[in-house]
Design a binder for this molecule. Sequence first.
Ligand SMILES: C[S@@+](CC[C@H](N)C(=O)[O-])C[C@H]1O[C@@H](n2cnc3c(N)ncnc32)[C@H](O)[C@@H]1O
Length: 380
Amino acid sequence: MNTAQRIDALCEVLAANQELTDGVWRAALHAVPRHLFVPDRAWAAADDGPGYAIDRELRPEAWMDAAYADHPIITQLDDGATDVTTGDGHYTSSLSAPGVVVEFLEILDPYDGDRVLEIGTGTGWTAALLAHRLGDGNVTSVEIDKEVHAAAADNLATAGLSPRLILGDGAEGRPDGAPYDRVHVTCGVSRVPYAWVEQTRPGGIIVLPWMPEFEGGHKVALTVGRDGRAIGRFAYRGAAYMMLRAQRPPGWEYAGDYRKSTATLDPRRVLRAGTGLDVAVAGMLPGVSAVTDHSDGFEVWLSDGESGAWVSGDEVNQYGPRSLWDELEEVFFTWVGWGNPARDRFGLTVAPDGQRVWLDSPDNPLSPVRPTAVRPPLFQ
Ligand SMILES: C[S@@+](CC[C@H](N)C(=O)[O-])C[C@H]1O[C@@H](n2cnc3c(N)ncnc32)[C@H](O)[C@@H]1O
């Protein structure tokens, strides 16, 4: 297959998945070949099988196949400290999967002449698609990592494009190009930096993968109002991105005593209830993270940094000033009482004093759960 045939085949996959519906982006995919943004050595993270190293010199055909597969290509591990072809480390930069990139661009839906700020340049491919669509002068892209930023500049030059590339912290936006009509965020955020709202023209849109601490991520498009708030409803589908650097989740460990109890309901009901409950939990227990392990029975760990819970089967072990498992059960039954609303009935409002998740209308924000009193231990 030649490159055009590969791009056509990829477009058919994206169209079949309902990620590509607009001919404008189909044309952009042809004009900005993805392989120009794939490093010679990288890690292809197939989601339907194990990841694998790609090496342009050793296996050029497999390298090209990976470039036109609907998979992310990991281009950096551990901020560059680990050889990317091992695939063994924290993913810190990537060329995102084409389906996710195009679906986000369709949600962004820029008009001719719109000025766009991208947060997280990565390889530069998304910036290139935007620059093709809107013109180099209308696209600003910010990347925090020096080497990633430099590689993106090379890739874009090879592709014959020159959007404005900034090395810096995207959490601050880029005031000297504001106001923007669109802000396109390509790293996950749990708390939306207010600078992005301030730098967007009223009526403009901020598209981002909202990745609260609890479980998976959610796509959202926030429209900026005249009152300084940005409001939007979660899209039907989810999103999984690497986090904005300052919002990476902290690791945690606990070696003290637990308060033991028995779960009122089967813990799997909570952790497998779906994305509607996940959003409700993120809204009512902000800052609480969960790690689940399905490999050997069922276990879940909850933490807010200070309190924690470890649940194995029906056995509940909690520590710290809050009883996080009890709070999670309370949110679950509140959500059940609402009729198990799905993800797309929830939305997010970002205001100068912070962000709130709401159900059905911004006038109906979720209230954070009142921390439960610590139960007396059954035994320790
Ligand atoms: C998923 S990659 C972006 C993919 C990219 N848009 C593309 O087309 O290849 C996320 C990028 O966000 C960058 N990043 C993380 N935190 C950032 C921050 N605070 N400001 C700017 N970039 C950041 C990472 O270094 C990484 O390169």
